[in-house]
Design a protein around this ligand. Sequence first.
Ligand SMILES: [Zn+2]
Length: 425
Amino acid sequence: MAIKGDYFDGFEVMSAWEREHYLNRRLSRTIKHAYKHASAATDILDKVRVEPAEIKTIKDLEKLPITRKADLIEGQEKNPPYGGFLAVPPQDVERIFISPGPVYEPLHSSRIKWFARAFYAAGFRKGDIVINTFTYHMSPTGILFHEAIKDCGATAIAMGTGHTKIQVKTMLDLGVTGFVGTPSFLLAVIKKAEEMGHDLGEDFSLKRAWFTGEMLTPSLREVFEQQYGLLTFQAYAVTEPGGCLAYECSEHKGMHFMDDYIIEIVDPRTGQQLGPGEVGEVVVTPIHNKTWGLIRFGTGDISSYTNEPCPCGRTAARLTAILGRSDDTVKVRGMFVVGRQASQVFADFTEIDRFQIVIERPARRDEMTFRVELKEKTVNRDKLATSLNKSFQSVCLLRADTIEFVPPGTIGKKEKPLVDRRIWR
Ligand SMILES: [Zn+2]
């Protein structure tokens, strides 16, 4: 059970009235600032003939169109580097994150506690030693989660991804009590530890795990909690608007909205807001970072929310599980594979005629297969497979598990280049 009264800050327990006023005030200020300083935001409002002063409440956001990842990528290509979304002088940009696309995200203040509420709700405190297994390379995850661990008073180990054997040794040597990563990676680390002859309960100090980037299925959660005695928490993060949109408390019944964003669940066709329990797209407007004039960013994630009071005492609404994706972007092992970006990688290989990326999940781990049709039989397949995977990894930060060369005509002309066959159970 959650301990009532143990919160990171007062925002988490604002009354409904306080929250409504706080969010509306911040939203109105954000829109005015973005309209004045970010040319893309000016265009968005001008196009629909809405004055910034007309956006006073969350409901008013319905008057504005949704900006999608593809719009951001295209905008940044046409008007580099930020596509007109930068709302401060360039010299005031403190750090720039790069998300798949690529999308360049300028951020201003490191004082913002991006993920701290999420980590605090997961129980990270002073005295904890936490291994952060998200990548610190070309992705915001490493550094943001690292800072959040510190913000809760815990000690952060800048580990990064991969190298399960070294992860196991580090966890043993340093008496690691907390894990931050994807559920499938924790499972891989546990399996490696067992392979090395260790018993998680006997030899390790690990107590809690914080996940994002990948769905934590009820059955896998049960394995972690029942079989290994771990406390597990998950959060919903989206990189383009800059952070953690929602996070779980120990009730594990949905993820509380973070008050640094306006989160809407909308009908993706009309942009109209939906009510509690209705399934739609998650749309987000950051209101905590005046650097990035992003308004109504469509995440492509499908979910719903509830307003029911939570026994933990936090008063923000809760997002239910993320149910799927609405466009051609697929999250694989915590990283986005953007259809368009992947196609560009394959297009560089003139030997390849057609291709298809298939994502499956046979043993609770996302597996990615490239199906490739060649123009000519004589191509050196091993060599091609190696350089294709290398190129793909340099752009999408992931490698294929299998590269399958299929006979010409196998991949139908109408088939999608990115196929998600995962069954979540
Ligand atoms: Zn709660």
